[in-house]
Design a protein around this ligand. Structure first.
Ligand code: HEC
Ligand SMILES: [Cu+2]
Length: 313
């Protein structure tokens, strides 16, 4: 585009064309409707202006067919738009299983990223083109929002929760990254760049930055130093469930419910162990809420996930 005003950001992810098409369709629809209404307003103001000789007897003219037709048509349009949006929304929430997992933390006022190999970045995120990437988001303080306009993705990072967003970059380049949720004085300065690179260049970039401890390895170290292994380890005296293969497996609870051990479950198990008690075990696990920060939690969760890696599809 050679316009000087950038009306729309570039389309640089798998989602961009679909989201734009829906956006333009909604815009065209609203514009069309606006035209019809404007036309009617002008026409009736002219026809019924003071002193005109239009018929004002108030005769009732009803047409059942017309009423049914326009009601059905508007319902169909509204549900059509809903279904269209819903399909995009569901896609947006279903990350492919082979996606690269980036751990991200928002804090006043920066974005911190960590690649699976341990490479860390601040306010910059390098990703390969053509490969799905999941960013799992946490916040250390208040709500932030991870927003990459060129990818058409936006996702809140909420304290006390892990949220996820995924995309596949389709075009090499540097793209704006914003925080899209007002988060304090320097909110407007909380921005950065996503750098999409050809896969070979991304691999080289990772290689050059390697040497950092992989996330799961750092988690394993914490698992020992925080005493988790004292209970969950093989030679423990206290009966505690083994965490081997736990991730994504159904867990029967003492409350007789069964839950899937997803990221949110692991997180709750560590910060609020009383929330879900595993069937057959005592509620003896202490809460680690005050003892570890978001960074460390992500490492431990990565470690527990890695214990289930062989089972991954
Ligand atoms: C005092 C012993 C003890 C310590 C220390 C301990 N846990 Fe636990 N943990 C348990 C017991 C017992 C359960 C099962 C009862 C429950 O759900 O609370 C459990 C449950 C869990 C679960 C859910 C397991 C499942 O099968 O669903 C996870 C995950 C977990 N612990 C992680 C950790 C982590 C990580 C640490 C260290 C930061 C830790 N635990 C420290 C005793 C302990
Ligand atoms: Cu922010």
């Amino acid at each position: 585009m050679s316009w000087s005003i950038p009306f729309m950001p570039e389309q640089a992810s798998n989602f961009a064309p679909g989201v734009d098409l829906l956006f333009y369709a909604l815009l065209a629809f609203s514009f069309g409707l606006g035209l019809v209404l404007t036309f009617l307003v002008v026409r009736y103001s002219a026809r019924y202006r003071a002193g005109s000789r239009a018929d004002r007897s108030g005769r009732r003219a009803r047409s059942l067919r017309l009423e049914i037709a326009w009601t059905a048509a508007t319902v169909a349009i509204a549900f059509g738009l809903f279904a269209w949006g819903a399909v995009l929304f569901v896609d947006r929430n279903k990350a492919p299983a082979d996606a690269i997992e980036i751990a991200a933390i928002g804090k006043q006022w920066m974005w911190k990223f960590r690649h699976p190999g341990g490479q860390r970045e601040i306010n910059e995120l390098h990703v390969p083109v053509g490969q799905p990437v999941v960013v799992s988001l946490a916040s250390q303080d208040v709500i932030h929002s991870f927003f990459v306009p060129a990818f058409r993705v936006k996702q809140d990072a909420v304290p006390g929760r892990t949220t996820r967003v995924w995309f596949t970059a389709t075009k090499p380049g540097r793209y704006h990254l914003f925080c899209a949720e007002y988060c304090g004085t320097q909110h407007s300065g909380m921005r950065g760049q996503v750098i999409a690179m050809q896969p070979e260049r991304y691999a080289a970039w990772l290689e050059a930055r390697s040497g950092g401890e992989p996330l799961a390895a750092a988690g394993e170290r914490l698992f020992r130093s925080l005493g988790c292994s004292g209970c969950h380890g093989a030679e423990s005296r206290i009966p505690a469930p083994s965490l081997e293969g736990l991730y994504r497996r159904p867990v029967p609870l003492a409350s007789r419910r069964t839950v899937i051990a997803d990221e949110a479950y692991l997180r709750d198990s560590i910060l609020q162990p009383q929330k879900h008690i595993v069937a057959g075990y005592g509620a003896v696990m202490p809460s680690y809420d005050e003892l570890i920060d978001e960074d460390e939690l992500q490492m431990i969760v990565a470690y527990i996930k890695s214990l289930a890696e062989d089972r991954e599809p």
